[in-house]
Design a protein around this ligand. Structure first.
Ligand code: TXA
Ligand code: MG
Length: 350
């Protein structure tokens, strides 16, 4: 049985927090909100507890976890040889949606880092996550609280849909404010390598530490191993997602043609579209039964799109569509993370 506890997102009740902290200290699994997505937490220094995370998620042991800290003062517990640039970045960006990859300390069990010499660390900004970290007094290893390969959860309902009966507790503080996971930056390399675009835009990172290298370019340049766990196809909905790239008008035309062709084949089509596109698509296609629209909000509202994206993908699955059509958006700011998640959800990119 998984217990679900409602908790205020801004001033979490101390008794709920201490119950959750107690569960963690006894080796249990607690799902909790962060500012990005819900995490599935265990005491990072307890090997058996960490092993339970992998079992609950059916996550391969080769995919390392992020360690969450209450404050950057705790960095020396989990990391060593911390470069000055990483310190600087941690001071400026934490608490917040940025994960730094650093050399690990001996205290971190190999299960957490999938045997790597490095560890991924962040201090989350959500009041519930911070209260839980402070009350438990241990670093918390927490991947996103979904079954492996599924979309990350932005609500406690999403967590339960994937993990009910497999974890001890979920703290339900409502939808998470950002909706996409943290940016992951490898600080063991110079210049730093952006392994995963996320809640902290690349531009904001570069404003603090100068140019960073995009993962694919680092791999191409020196043959470095890509980050484990960053497989191309990941956030996969059940439906086949087709991502259309390129200029807006031809992309919309392509979506209309694809939708028509799928309807001729008798397949239920989902359209994951910004409001700006929706009108045009609807007037070209009509809006009768076999089409399901899910709006992401206005194209200029990147924060709104990020917040809605994963829930919209899950809703389209619930609506039992067989194909989802989406269009790649401009990649500035949060657009880089949004497009990355769309690409990794896609069965086909056109
Ligand atoms: O926003 C987030 O980051 C959320 C919340 C819960 O904090 N967590 C999250 O964790 O998204 P997860 O496990 O779903 O994604 C962590 C990513 C993995 O894809 C993994 O490959 C990468 O971080 N990672 C972890 N440790 C690493 C390491 N030592 N070196 C390179 N990449 C690492
Ligand atoms: Mg994940």
């Amino acid at each position: 049985m998984t217990e679900s506890l409602r908790i205020d997102p801004t001033s979490p009740a101390p008794d709920a927090i201490s119950h959750a902290a107690e569960t963690l200290r006894h080796g249990g699994l607690v799902a909790f909100p962060t500012e990005t997505v819900y995490g599935l937490g265990a005491n990072a220094l307890d090997r058996a507890a960490v092993a339970r995370i992998f079992a609950a998620k059916e996550r391969p042991p080769t995919d390392p976890l992020i360690v969450h800290l209450a404050s950057s003062d705790e960095l020396p517990t989990v990391a060593e040889s911390i470069p000055p640039l990483a310190r600087q970045l941690a001071d400026a960006a934490w608490p917040g949606p940025l994960t730094l990859v650093l050399r690990k300390s001996a205290a971190v069990p190999p299960e957490v880092t999938a045997g790597l010499a490095t560890v991924a660390v962040r201090v989350p900004r959500h009041p519930v996550a911070l209260a839980l970290l402070r009350a438990s007094g241990v670093p918390i290893a927490a991947p996103s609280a979904n079954r492996f390969g599924h979309t990350s959860p932005t609500t406690a309902r999403h967590v339960l849909d994937d993990l009910e009966g497999r974890i001890d507790l979920v703290l339900d503080a409502g939808p998470t404010p950002l909706g996409v996971e943290s940016s992951v930056l490898d600080m063991t390399r110079t210049p730093p390598v952006l392994l995963r675009p996320g809640g902290m835009p690349r531009e904001a990172i570069e404003a603090l530490v100068g140019p960073v290298v995009w993962r694919a370019d680092a791999v191409a340049a020196d043959g470095a191993a890509p980050s484990p766990g960053l497989q191309a196809r990941h956030y996969a909905p059940r439906a086949e997602l087709v991502l259309v790239t390129g200029e807006r008008q031809p992309a919309l035309q392509c979506m209309v043609e694809l939708a028509r062709a799928e309807r001729v084949r008798g397949r239920r089509v989902g359209l994951l579209a910004v409001d700006d596109d929706r009108e045009e698509l609807q007037s070209a296609l009509g809006s009768e039964g076999t089409l399901v629209f899910r709006s992401l909000g206005r194209e200029v509202d990147q924060e709104g799109i990020a917040r809605r994206l994963f829930a919209a993908l899950r809703e389209l699955d619930d609506a039992e569509v067989e194909v989802v059509l989406a269009r790649e958006l401009p990649s500035a700011g949060l657009g880089l993370a949004i497009n990355d998640r769309l690409r990794r959800a896609a069965a086909r990119v056109i």
